[in-house]
Design a protein around this ligand. Sequence first.
Ligand code: ATP
Ligand code: MG
Length: 401
Amino acid sequence: MKWHEILIRYGEISTKGKNRNQFINRLRQNIRYTFQDLEHVSVRSERDRMYVRSNSDSEMETLIERLPGVFGIQSFSPVAECETTIDDMKRLAVEIVKGIDYEGKTFKVNVKRSYKQFEMETYELNREIATHVLSTLPGMVVQMKDPEIELRIEVREDKTNMMVEVIPGAAGLPVGSNGKALLLLSGGIDSPVAAYYMMKRGVRIEAIHFFSPPFTSDQSLGKVKELCEIISRFGGNVRLHIIPFTEIQQTIQQAVPQNVTMTSTRRMMMKISDIVREEIEAKVLVTGENLGQVASQTLESLAAINDVTTTPILRPLITFDKLDIIEVAQRIGTFETSIRPFEDCCTVFTPANPKTKPNVEKMNYYEAFTDFDEMIERAVKNREIHDFPKKKVVDEFAGLL
Ligand code: ATP
Ligand code: MG
């Protein structure tokens, strides 16, 4: 099937009032970004829809494959064109319906005739084309109200457009239309899924990872980089900040009682993240935390972690069941990477009996005897920064950040 262009419908963002244009511009930029490696693509927007086209057939196929991943798109339809003659219309109508699973389905032709001088009236066109399709491709039943297959035809003077499929989009809001957040990204299953949900609500993500060599290996760092690469496919580049964390983690082991080292580790992570967050002008912190999975994720524990900053810490997965998180991770393509074996900087130092209900005052007291601030400053200063996808792309699209 040769498609000429793709019609994109916005859904949610078309109702956003004053900010509408900004949302639409952002969506157009994100669509361009997704297709930057294709050479012949052009994007054009009208009031409540957008059109993407390429004169290369293989690029059109790629577009149809990638569009379902772009947030802010409600649905889209591949559109084919023919000349405005009745013979051409009949031929194309059959070709399009033949390409979908039509047998046993209800069917209707819906002609819109913008070219009023055309020799046939709308109702005649509807009947003529429907009759032709039904006789060439038997097995469908005509139904005017809510048919399963609706072949839409727009007759214009210069050409006629036809479409039949309405493919669901990723919905949500275009990435970047709702500010920026800093995500605490481990190599595990949850944090990449948290990133996905934030991006779906239009939030651009930068990531921070705590790395404790030699207790954690380059392979586990490789996983985190790979996860950033995958996350960046949801519409926008992702900058990763890698924090050298060994010194702080080892100091924690000596500074606080064994059963609260985990809580203290999380608190230090938050302090560092908050400094980086301020530097990059992100509004909030995001984690993949989930209630009750592990000792560090009880309400008491979350309260003790939150105590180190007044910055909002968003936890999009807080109420999710693990199996549901896994299902999403599989769907968005992060699962296989996340389950590869790795040493998380936390698991390496996990105490035998972590305290599930740490007390905030006591935590503050334990930590007061050590000058963590100086170590934190050094860790922030010595961080490594990587951009995903590769650097060249980031430069070209720096304007999107
Ligand atoms: P995940 O699957 O995301 O690792 P988890 O259920 O295994 O989550 P934890 O390992 O306790 O839970 O981590 C909770 C959250 O803390 C993570 O989702 C992540 O946001 C953050 N986190 C943990 N370890 C790191 C790390 N090394 N670097 C950055 N963030 C981390
Ligand atoms: Mg983990």
